[in-house]
Design a protein around this ligand. Sequence first.
Ligand code: FES
Length: 236
Amino acid sequence: MSETVTLTIDGAEIQAKPGQMILVAAEEAGIYIPRLCHYKGLKPHGSCRLCTVTVNGKPMASCTQPVAPGMVVETKTEALNQFRRQILEMLFAEGNHYCMFCEKSGNCELQAQGYRYGMTAPRYPFQYPMRDIDASHPDIFLDHNRCILCARCVRTSKDLDGKNVFQFVNRGKHKRVAVDSRARLAGTNANVTDQALGACPVGALMKKRVGYAVPVGQRLYDHKPIGSEIEAKASR
Ligand code: FES
């Protein structure tokens, strides 16, 4: 078996490892493909579809699609950008994402993707769901209003923390993250040092008592768009 796979991404010929997912191969070549459910160290999940690219003209999720010789991948067409904006607008309309009052603002991947894709006001009607906030744990809170169901906490808790604190329950619009205790988060073995907390891309799973330790305006995505650290690799 050949040790590298040659494919084209956005007009550039790149070498990838056999079996590597398009998203990861692109990243290694300094091409950023947006993502929300993808998280380093976890198996690809393929649920948010923000990473959709075209492969030989067909749309595919780049986090779950392995590279193949001769593939022609496009990641930045206007149609893809519109599709991504649409996904983001639906996510914003579906939950309660009040960025200006959220402690995650500036560090939030959903907000940062909204900025990156030029989202202004969602074209869909806001749903204003009334969801529970579980503040029972001494050090962590879980705000279902901000959850985007990416499963990063579910998978990180299971695969990286070895705990299984979170799972999904219900289906369709009633689907939500639940914890492995009827006694809410306080009754679980969740700990503030768990990697699952850092895996949450939004403000759904947060540490208590660290609010505004870093002032708004000085946070991760306040100065540079999400993905710019990957794109910087290409210009080095
Ligand atoms: Fe690929 Fe979510 S990042 S589907």
